[in-house]
Design a protein around this ligand. Sequence first.
Ligand SMILES: C[S@@+](CC[C@H](N)C(=O)[O-])C[C@H]1O[C@@H](n2cnc3c(N)ncnc32)[C@H](O)[C@@H]1O
Length: 193
Amino acid sequence: MNENIQFLQAFLKNPGKVGSITPSSPELAQKMCEGIRPDKDNAVLELGVGTGAITKFLQEIVPDDKSYLGIELDRDLVRSLKRNFSGMQIVRGNACDATEVHKRSGIGKIGYIICCLPFVSLPNDVGEKIHLEIDKFMRQGCTFRTFQYAHGFYMPSAIKFREFMRDRYGKSKKSPLIVKNVPPAYTLTWKTN
Ligand SMILES: C[S@@+](CC[C@H](N)C(=O)[O-])C[C@H]1O[C@@H](n2cnc3c(N)ncnc32)[C@H](O)[C@@H]1O
């Protein structure tokens, strides 16, 4: 099935959890992967894999099957991700349990988190649980990158997440606005390594 249609179906089924009507563009995906050099001692954890718009680019830089772990909540998306990315470990799971999923995966230390979760439209309690999970990885030394849509950048939950990260890890590195994405977005990066 066409990736855009599959994504739209997932959105219509669960708008708050998917948070966008189209997958990330190649321009945003490339920006999300910029400077990332994973290996088995610094694996990539992708949260909210969707249809794999960013995974496609990660696949090019991930050297082996011990250097990537993806977590996606939607069962139908995971089924097709497993077909399309057979060499990559993609788990149906909840980012609220990311550290547990990681422990069970057999993947080594997480050196990079690529986070595609729509904090703006997730329930507050879910967002807060995920923030704490991210924090556990960050404490072990990690580069964390996410994107925030321009139209939601000043929404309370977007600000709350930035403040959570800034209080612990300082100011983020913010990209220029990526206009070739629907909707336009910024990437934000924090590092603790
Ligand atoms: C904005 S989409 C991003 C998809 C893809 N990475 C992209 O950039 O096109 C967010 C994805 O996060 C997933 N998601 C939402 N809440 C989640 C959670 N608690 N745990 C894991 N995945 C979740 C949704 O099902 C959806 O596929």
